[in-house]
Write a protein that binds this ligand. Sequence first.
Ligand code: GLN
Length: 302
Amino acid sequence: MQSLLNDILTEVQPLIGQGQVASYIPALANVDPNQFGIAVCDTEGKVTTAGQATTPFSIQSISKVFNLVLAVTYYGESLWQRVGCEPSGLPFNSLVQLEYENGIPRNPFINAGALVISDMVQSRLISPHVAMRDLVRKLSGNDNVLANTDVAESEFEHRARNASMAYLMKAFGNFHNDVEAVLHNYFHNCALEMSCVDLARATQFLANRGFCSLTKEAVLSQDHTRQFNAILATSGLYDEAGSFAFRVGLPGKSGVGGGIIAVVPGRFSLCVWSPALNKMGNSLAGVAALESLTRRINWSVY
Ligand code: GLN
């Protein structure tokens, strides 16, 4: 595994820095694009890494996976009355489908879906972003995980598009709490900073039928884990989900911080990170690294 990851690092080296860092969140625009890390965690918790795998970065939309874990814990199957499980085929922050589809977002991994999930969690918890921080600390085994408040505040200042989605859903009756309060928690979740090692560990349950070997606890049932992986495979990379399935062939979730988590069911969870993004908002070198990895050792689920 170590030599495989070293080879991949060498192979993607020319791509590192290609693309654009997310500039629509001003606090993320200053991140050095010439960084790359990868970590693989097996079902016993053994982690192998290459590059800057212990450097914390903004997890952004990868937080949507953990947010969904919290929501499933409280709502079970009834959750799917308020959000769908179909790919959207549109950018992560698109508004157009919401109007046509009566305020029910296509899936929990686009922004509109994650906002509904955040609204649901807000109805059950006094401080959702603290619950989320504690969950990722526990799953990663890293008690130092923190949200970057500069990033959260920067996103809050530039919240117009996310706020529009939330208000539109409120108009359809699919958003129950105060929009600004939910956005505050949502942005703090996105602003959590974790490394590739932290995220590979924290998502190990997805590769392990819902069981986290680090905490020795079931995070999700086997059935819910199967459902999570299916939606990650069809919707985790937004409008690039189809070509990600074609090129990589694993359930995965990206974030505009340049991280991507991916799952080899029954075997490994992995995280790759490189901040410069392609036009769809996914890490350019990260997608290439995952493609190389699955091609070399035939890890695709298809
Ligand atoms: N915080 C970002 C937003 O809401 C998350 C987007 C992403 O990572 N794709 O716009």
